[in-house]
Ligand binder design. Structure first.
Ligand code: TYM
Length: 326
């Protein structure tokens, strides 16, 4: 019997940060052993916000290296570059004909990006969730390991799948988000989520110890003498979240006690968190350095693209037949 299908992707906007790692990559690692997985570098989504064409390919390469360094195994899963499988855009167009514009205009990511880049409001940005739905449905994926911020996009994907099935016959499963403990990694600024586009909000998987310390030093805290319960929001909450994410309940309890008693020393806490983070990232960084020296990315991608295109073509042919195009 066929294994269940899994799909996920990360935009080619630079190196991965802890939010990408806990929200998406850790789920990918869990699923690659059990299911048929395709993990993508979504370059076509990356060009919907301001970007530099001269560094786009390097960004794609960086995401692939981070994927492999973090433990994605090219013998167990397929790794694709979205634009190398043109079936994505063709399916996206076909699916766009059954989905209302008004619903896309209402989505939180579109609204946020309009505020963030008021001079860069383009069709691609509005179309983003339709292309994302096509990414997932092209492989008939049932599970999608992504952070909680992607839930509205998955809802669109399910709506499109349902509508297509009603109009043209049962074709697509309705995919579910594969949830992980790290589905929401807060920003180091203490406001909102960790994000590649917000300077001072993230720690990269490739950061060295000094950089991690430097970034943590900027996390806003208080006098340490307030006492009481640990805050649920803000910089202090972020520091405690990091200890939870890195599964250091021992340190969490220790600093929680210090906080309650009004004698927490943030400089000591931050130093300890930096060590915890770096100890986890170090083997990933070492593996990345080795891959950079000796691994033929192009050969792997070429092989994987060919397999992806065969699967993608089957779905696209089926969809075109069902829609009466062929
Ligand atoms: P992107 O590049 O914005 O995010 C990539 C993944 O990282 C997760 N993530 C987080 N998770 C927890 N806490 C955070 N602070 C955090 N920041 C980012 C995101 O949830 C995501 O899983 N639209 C997708 C890209 C995409 C895609 C797809 C995903 C395009 N097509 C098909 C899955 C399936 C995105 O958000 O990329």
């Amino acid at each position: 019997m066929d294994k269940k299908k899994v799909y996920s992707g990360i935009r080619a906007t630079g190196r991965l940060h802890l939010g990408n790692y806990f929200g998406a990559v850790k789920g990918m690692l869990q699923l690659q052993d059990k299911y048929d997985c395709v993990f993508s570098v979504v370059d076509l989504h990356a060009i919907t916000t301001p970007y530099d064409p001269n560094t786009l390919k390097q960004n794609v390469r960086d995401v692939i290296l981070d994927y492999l360094a973090a433990g994605l195994d090219p013998e167990k899963c397929l790794i694709e570059i979205q634009s190398s499988v043109p079936e994505h855009t063709e399916l996206a167009y076909l699916l766009s004909t059954i989905y209302p514009v008004s619903r896309l205009e209402d989505l939180p990511t579109y609204k946020d990006k309009k505020v963030q880049y008021p001079k860069y409001i383009n069709m691609g940005l509005l179309f983003y969730p339709v292309l994302m739905a096509a990414d997932i449905l092209l492989y008939k994926a049932e599970f999608v390991p992504v952070g909680i911020d992607q839930e509205p996009h998955l809802e669109v994907t399910r709506e499109i799948a349902r509508k297509f099935n009603q109009m043209f016959g049962q074709t697509f499963p309705e995919p579910q988000r594969f949830k992980s403990d790290g589905e929401y990694v807060p920003s180091l600024t203490g406001e909102g989520k960790m994000s590649k586009t917000i300077e001072g909000s993230f720690i990269l998987l490739t950061d060295d110890l000094a950089t991690i310390k430097y970034r943590l030093a900027a996390v806003p805290t208080d006098s340490g003498k307030l006492g009481g319960e640990v805050p649920k929001t803000g910089g202090i909450a972020t520091l405690f979240s990091l200890l939870r994410l890195f599964e250091r309940d021992d340190l969490y309890k220790k600093y929680e006690q210090d906080y309650k008693e009004g004698n927490i020393k943030y400089s000591e806490m931050k130093k300890e968190i930096a060590d915890v983070i770096f100890n986890t990232l170090k083997p990933i960084q070492q593996k990345r350095a080795k891959l950079e020296d000796s691994f033929d990315l192009n050969e792997m991608i070429e092989k994987h693209t060919q397999i992806c295109r065969e699967v993608a073509n089957q779905t696209l042919t089926q969809v075109k037949q069902e829609m009466g195009l062929i």
